[in-house]
Structure formats: structure tokens, C-alpha cells
Design a protein around this ligand. Structure first.
Ligand SMILES: [Zn+2]
Length: 261
């Protein structure tokens, strides 16, 4: 029987701890809180920054030029997208990957961004894997409190990449909506989870428990096993209740790996 630590990889870079200009709640401590729980548990893989051409797979020249005006933040944002690429890459190589990345990305649209997001990390990773012909199709499951408008816009009308934004405001409905959404999509090449933890019962959403994150991870893990050749990864989006951020990320990962062994 395989152990979870044999199959899970964390994607992390110390530059995610840089205090770049952003909203006061989107702090380096978010990553530290997760590292405190997960850091000693699983092997860590350090990503490279994404390239400009990776960014242009999903964003306009105008947005790129605008983001370059803050060089400190630009470098970390490129590293966050690079972290998502590394997580997708690890998943395609057969490990379960969790990207402990910041800044988040799901509110980054082709030519504008908001909500503490600068580049759409998830979308860049999926478009890059498609461009390199490593995948044709992907499913994106977004469990953040906030609707991932950037990801939704980027893949709108693209039947190869259904984006499942789960929005129910009580735990029972949230789980049922996740199940229904996953059963509404067909076989794919990979599933990526935009893992926001701000639906947590002590976070802004006042909704999901730690056990619910494990359950959601397991639903996605089962989907991956049955419909995506076991290829699954998650990347951090929102989540601001620092004391339990690591515990919830751990629960999600445990769920994602439940079908292993
Ligand atoms: Zn959010």
C-alpha cells in the first residue's frame, strides 16, 4: 500500500513570502501557515517563473505591460503561474501536486484583473499543457468562496475545458453541487482544483468544515481516478483564516489521495 507522502508533492518557493503590494489580507503569512503544517510532510518541488509567452496564452499585451510596472510583484506573480505549471506538470507525471502559491489567480481575466489576482495561474498552466500537446482536455474545479470570473471568461465556450465554479452557501448543498458538477463532465486528461479556503466555517464564507474539504478532495480524487487517468493537482486561491489554512489544505490533499493504495 502506498503512503500519501509517496505520491504527494508540494510546490513552493521562498519568494512566495515576499510582501509585494496587494490587499492587506493577502499576506505572506498565508503561505507560512500552510508550510507549518505541510512542509515536513511531503517532498517540496521548487518552480521556475513562467515566461512572458506563457502569460500571453491567457492575457493581453496590455495587462502584461501594466503588471510589469511593479517589478517586485511581477516577479512573484510569474513565479505563482510557474508554480501552477509545475503542479500540472507533476500531476501529468503521476503525482498528486499541491501548489502553495501566491498571489492567487482566478480573478485574472484576459485584459483586467482584481481580487488580489494578477495572472490566472490555473488558466496559464492548462493552456501551456495544451500548447505542449501534453493534454487536450482539462476540468477545472473552483471551490473558492468567490466566483472565479477570470478562469470562467478565459475558457468560456471551450468544450475541452469545463470550469466548475461551486457556489452553494451551505455544506450539504456545496458537496451535492460538487458531485453533480463532476458527474456532468466527461472523461478528461487532468483535473485542476482552484483551491480557495475562504468558504471555511471560520473564514469569510462561514460555510465548510475541515471534514468538508477532505470530502471535496475525495470527490475530485475519485473523479480523477475514474475519468482523468489519476491526474490531479490543486493550487491555492483565497483563504484568510490563518490558524486553520494548513489544516484545511492537508484535509483537501488527504481527500485527493484517498483512492491511492
Ligand atoms: Zn476568494
Amino acid at each position: 500500500m502506498k503512503k500519501l507522502s509517496d505520491v504527494v508533492r508540494l510546490v513552493y518557493h521562498q519568494s512566495y513570502l515576499i510582501d509585494y503590494p496587494t490587499a492587506s489580507c493577502e499576506t505572506p503569512e498565508r503561505i507560512q501557515s500552510i508550510m507549518k503544517v505541510l512542509g515536513g510532510m511531503f517532498p517540496i518541488v521548487e518552480p521556475d517563473p513562467c515566461s512572458e509567452s506563457d502569460i500571453l496564452l491567457c492575457h493581453s499585451e496590455g495587462l502584461l505591460a501594466m503588471e510589469k510596472q511593479d517589478p517586485v510583484r511581477y516577479d512573484v506573480a510569474k513565479l505563482a503561474a510557474g508554480g501552477a505549471i509545475t503542479a500540472a506538470d507533476l500531476a501529468l507525471d503521476g503525482t498528486i501536486a499541491f501548489g502553495m502559491i501566491r498571489p492567487p489567480g482566478h480573478h485574472a481575466n484576459p485584459d483586467h484583473n482584481w481580487g488580489f489576482c494578477f495572472f490566472n495561474n490555473m488558466a496559464i498552466a492548462i493552456r501551456k499543457m495544451q500548447k505542449e500537446k501534453r493534454i487536450q482536455k482539462a476540468v477545472i474545479l473552483d471551490i473558492d468562496l468567490h466566483f472565479g470570473d477570470g478562469t470562467d471568461t478565459i475558457f468560456k465556450g471551450d468544450t475541452n475545458v469545463p470550469v466548475l465554479n461551486i457556489q452553494s452557501s451551505n455544506p450539504g448543498d456545496f458537496i451535492r453541487e460538487t458531485e453533480a458538477a463532476l458527474s456532468s463532465v466527461g472523461d478528461t486528461d487532468i483535473i485542476g482544483i482552484s483551491a480557495g479556503f475562504d468558504q471555511y466555517e471560520k473564514d469569510w464564507g462561514g460555510n465548510l468544515s475541515t471534514g468538508d474539504y477532505r470530502r471535496i478532495g475525495a470527490l475530485a480524487g475519485d473523479f480523477a481516478a475514474q475519468h482523468a487517468g489519476g491526474k490531479i493537482f490543486a493550487i491555492l486561491e483565497g483563504g484568510y483564516y490563518l490558524p486553520d489554512l494548513g489544516t484545511n489544505a492537508h484535509a483537501l490533499i488527504e481527500g485527493m489521495g484517498e483512492h491511492i493504495g
